[in-house]
Design a protein around this ligand. Structure first.
Ligand SMILES: [Mn+2]
Length: 407
């Protein structure tokens, strides 16, 4: 049996259209994987939405996706996060629960002595017992947990999962974006799995009385700093847990979110929004090293157009100091086509690290030249595509000195 655990999706956070698209694509990919991997149920401990009532575009998207999960007969168990929380059940979470696409986990009653008693709900198919508490606005959480009647929760037998939304001191990271943290001891003990939300980076730890405390982190972004972390290569995704009567494995599934170039473009756009370029000479220098993507994808013309449109006198943008870890081709000049080609090869071959001597240096340039000549051969009249492809391929392998019999 297996379940998926995701959190802090923050649907509706992005204002920029290109980023809204990524926000949705990432969520779609996760749900697609949940269906493909046949998970028995999905846990979402909070901040599914960025606000309790997001704009209609976001709601429409979410309802369509949850409908798919519902049709695939995968139950979804949810608690509020600090962002989509509503003290009076005025959240799109409550709409989704009302139509039956998701189930709100928190079943709390207060007893006469001021204690808060939580009831379990039981997942029909697996028999797993689930309890949880919603995230509240800052500072209120701790009060709630202090009043929690833990003993009845701890005494319950069977495979148990606890959903919560909040920072735990013992799992604190350097990011400092999560606000207050509470000690782990406030969470009831002896659950098999603690499905956490609120912390935006994947974090899974084991403790004596709390065997598996897991935060999948945001799959894309819920703070602006998340986008910066993404640009620095922070892995994003969700978690899939295999279990029988005990946990068998906890796997972090990475979901590719953004091309680095997109976040550079976004950063540039944000920066120029703050300046009034009217009648000004604007000089922008972009520098640094991109961990992924190509420098060519950083779209300077869009920035230039926007500044010109706003009445800038002269716009001068320079990205010569921007480099990428990924291979990118530097332009080269020459008097004719052949010279340009050779210069491009000579300029760029230094980026390659191969042990084979014939692939680097001057021999490499000569080899590249021959290969290019091989590739630009036209298709013969009446030649079938398959025959043409085979001929070009065979020729290329021949130039590389590779045995083609196997192919
Ligand atoms: Mn969050």
């Amino acid at each position: 049996m297996r379940f998926a655990h995701l959190s802090d999706i923050h649907l509706g956070f992005q204002k920029h259209e290109a980023l809204q698209k990524i926000e949705q694509q990432v969520f779609e990919k996760i749900f697609d994987q949940c269906i493909a991997r046949k998970v028995d149920f999905i846990l979402i401990p909070g901040d599914l939405f960025h606000v309790n009532i997001p704009e209609m575009r976001v709601q429409k998207f979410a309802f369509a996706k949850f409908r798919q999960i519902y049709d695939a007969e995968i139950p979804v168990y949810v608690v509020y996060g600090s962002h989509d929380f509503s003290p009076v059940s005025n959240s799109v979470i409550d709409l989704l629960a009302e139509v039956g696409y998701i189930t709100k986990v928190t079943k709390a009653t207060s007893s006469d002595d001021g204690k808060i008693k939580l009831d379990f709900l039981v997942d029909k198919k697996t028999g797993v017992k689930i309890a949880g508490l919603s995230g509240l606005k800052v500072g209120k959480d701790r009060e709630y947990y202090e009043k929690l009647d833990s003993s009845s929760l701890e005494a319950e037998l069977g495979f148990k999962i606890f959903l919560f939304h909040g920072g735990i001191s013992e799992m604190k990271t350097e990011s400092g974006m999560e606000g207050e943290h509470m000690p782990l001891s406030l969470l009831p003990r002896y659950f098999d799995y603690y499905a956490g939300g609120h912390m935006h980076k994947f974090n899974a730890q084991k403790f004596d009385d709390h065997p598996n405390v897991v935060y999948p982190g945001t799959p894309f972004a819920g703070y602006h700093s998340d986008l910066e972390d993404n640009a620095k290569g922070q892995k994003r995704g969700f978690v899939i847990v295999e279990f029988e009567d005990k946990i068998k494995s906890i796997e972090f599934i990475e979901i590719e979110n953004t091309r680095i170039a997109d976040s550079v473009n976004k950063e540039l756009q944000d920066k120029i929004r703050d300046v009034d370029p009217t009648q000004q000479v604007i000089i922008i220098k972009v520098q640094g090293e991109m961990t992924k993507g190509k420098t060519a994808d950083v779209d300077i013309s869009a920035i230039r157009d926007e500044l010109n449109l706003k009445g800038a006198l002269v716009v001068n943008i320079n990205k010569n100091q921007l480099t990428s870890k990924e291979y990118s081709i530097t332009e080269a000049k020459g008097a004719n086509k052949e010279e340009i080609e050779i210069n491009v090869f000579s300029e760029n071959i230094g980026q390659l690290r191969f042990e084979q001597k014939n692939l680097v240096g001057e021999p490499g340039v000569q080899l590249a030249k021959k290969l290019l000549a091989g590739f630009v051969q036209q298709k013969l009249e009446n030649e079938k595509n398959a025959d043409y492809n085979a001929r070009i391929k065979k020729n290329a392998f021949g130039i590389l000195g590779l045995d083609t019999d196997a192919s």
